[in-house]
Design a protein around this ligand. Structure first.
Ligand code: GDP
Ligand code: GDP
Length: 436
């Protein structure tokens, strides 16, 4: 499973700016904890050789009373979950007593710490850094998160500190099962669904593998097809009396999405579609995972409620109109055959091998039907295409001036390829290359 890195420091030192630079994410997953002033953000950093989960802890003040004490508790939780701590300080403020207090705190965890001295832009580096050498940390790096300077070096320093075996690359063909992550907000019905898919008698078995940290992998066979469910919360929560752990673990959710080929986002039909649902979907798409949206608790809803729900989905899920919506009742077991079929189809679309000549032919047809707008009097040219990978299907397009191709044209091409190759249920990547 993906290792975890926590960003810790006083408020305003630039943690969330750094978080954005590392994750390049529009869809940070936000965990809203009751009673906590600032939300924690979670994302995946993929800018280095190995991906890892990044947690922006919101901030420690170093003075822990009242609300601050509550926030501090949440930060502690993040520190517990992390394997490496990035201690962010502000070069413009210089070293403050609160920084020392926070560092003492971090040291007690016994985990490796890297100090990132942020906002060094426009400062004399040597002077700026000198002050922080008193930390005595083996790794103290200058940073300008706002200008994305120093972040590659920071990532390079983090990677060797992460546990060797913590990262497990997706290995298609490690067995012939489809790896499925079932994710969703608390109470969406994840554990009910997993138990239903397992069948009553196998309920106990599922609590075997895995430590407290790792999501469990649960083999399931249905209608002659094999699946590996990557469980984030559900089954084990029922099996263990471990309520100290957060009910909704964003880290486990991210880890299981990273390990899956198909992500099933479970939505509670009886609740309004929440931002968190959209964040989960957005993250699955950013990660390139095949996607099925399962609308749960469809039982006992009347015709009017069903229509309202379907309308809301149509309106708010336009950005993933290629993903199948299935309506299920995990409790009663209805709709599950359709769900499994949608998973198989999405997996098939995500892993299908596309041929270069068909891709190029399709590109030519798309280009003839509608050309990208001129750039300073010249049209970007698109010459030929070839496959660049699967899950998600990646199409490499060679041409010239491709940097000027607008997002709308990219979407047009995506739609064209999607239709031609019936790529339902999976995001598509288009990778433009100039020259050649
Ligand atoms: P957080 O509270 O630690 O998450 O801090 P933020 O990321 O919200 O940043 C606090 C302020 O510092 C914002 O106004 C940022 O624009 C600014 N900031 C962040 N990084 C840099 C940097 O590298 N250089 C400069 N000059 N300002 C920065
Ligand atoms: P989780 O937090 O996502 O694992 O959600 P649970 O599986 O624990 O379910 C939360 C609650 O929703 C429980 O009380 C379930 O019995 C109920 N629930 C789950 N699926 C369904 C369903 O299909 N229909 C109805 N009516 N209730 C359901």
């Amino acid at each position: 499973m993906l290792p975890v890195v926590a960003l810790v420091g006083r408020p305003n030192v630039g943690k969330s700016t750094l978080f954005n630079a590392l994750t390049r994410s529009r869809d940070a997953l936000v965990a809203d904890m009751p009673g906590v002033t600032r939300d924690r953000h979670y994302g995946v950093c993929r800018t280095g050789e190995r991906p890892f989960v990044v947690v922006d802890t919101g901030g420690l003040s170093g003075v822990e009373e009242g609300l601050d004490a509550l926030t501090a508790q949440q930060v502690r939780l993040a520190i517990d979950e992390a394997q490496v701590l990035v201690f962010v300080v502000d070069a413009r403020d210089g070293l403050l007593p609160q920084d020392r207090a926070i560092l003492d705190d971090l040291r007690r965890s016994g985990k490796p710490i890297i100090a990132a001295v942020n906002k060094t832009d426009g400062l004399d580096l040597q002077n700026a850094m000198a002050e922080f050498s008193v930390f005595g940390l083996s790794s103290t790096l200058p940073l300008s998160a706002a200008h994305n300077r120093g972040t590659p070096e920071l990532v390079a320093a983090v990677l060797p500190m992460l546990p060797e075996d913590a990262h497990e690359e997706l290995a298609p063909g490690e067995d012939d099962s489809i790896r499925v992550a079932i994710v969703g907000r608390p109470n969406a019905g994840k554990s009910t669904l997993i138990n239903r898919l397992l069948g009553e008698d196998r309920l106990i078995v599922s609590s075997v593998a895995g430590t407290t940290r790792d999501p469990i992998r649960v083999p399931v066979e249905r209608d002659g097809k094999r699946y590996t469910l990557i469980d984030t919360a559900g089954v084990r929560r029922k099996a263990r009396v471990d309520e100290g752990v957060e009910k909704f673990s964003v880290i486990k959710t991210l880890q299981s999405m990273a390990a899956a080929q198909v992500v099933v986002v479970l939505i509670d039909a009886r609740e309004n579609l929440a931002d968190q649902d959209l964040h989960l979907i957005g993250h699955a798409v950013e990660e390139g995972r095949a996607l099925v949206i399962a609308v749960n608790k469809w039982d006992g809803m009347d015709a009017y409620q069903r229509e309202q729900c379907q309308r809301a989905l149509e309106r708010r899920l336009q950005f993933v109109d290629w993903a199948k919506n299935v309506f299920i009742s995990a409790l009663h077991g209805s709709g599950l055959r359709e769900l499994m079929r949608a998973i198989v189809r999405a997996h098939h679309a995500a892993t299908v091998e596309l041929g270069s000549s068909e891709l190029t032919k399709t590109l030519e047809r798309a280009y003839e039907a509608y050309q990208p707008p001129l750039v300073r009097g010249h049209a970007p040219k698109l010459r030929f295409a070839h496959p660049g990978g699967t899950n998600p299907p990646t199409i490499v397009i060679h041409g010239s001036r491709t940097k000027h191709i607008a997002p709308a044209y990219r979407r047009y091409l995506e739609g064209f390829f999607r239709k031609r190759f019936k790529l339902e249920g999976t995001p598509i990547r288009i990778d433009f290359r100039d020259g050649e």
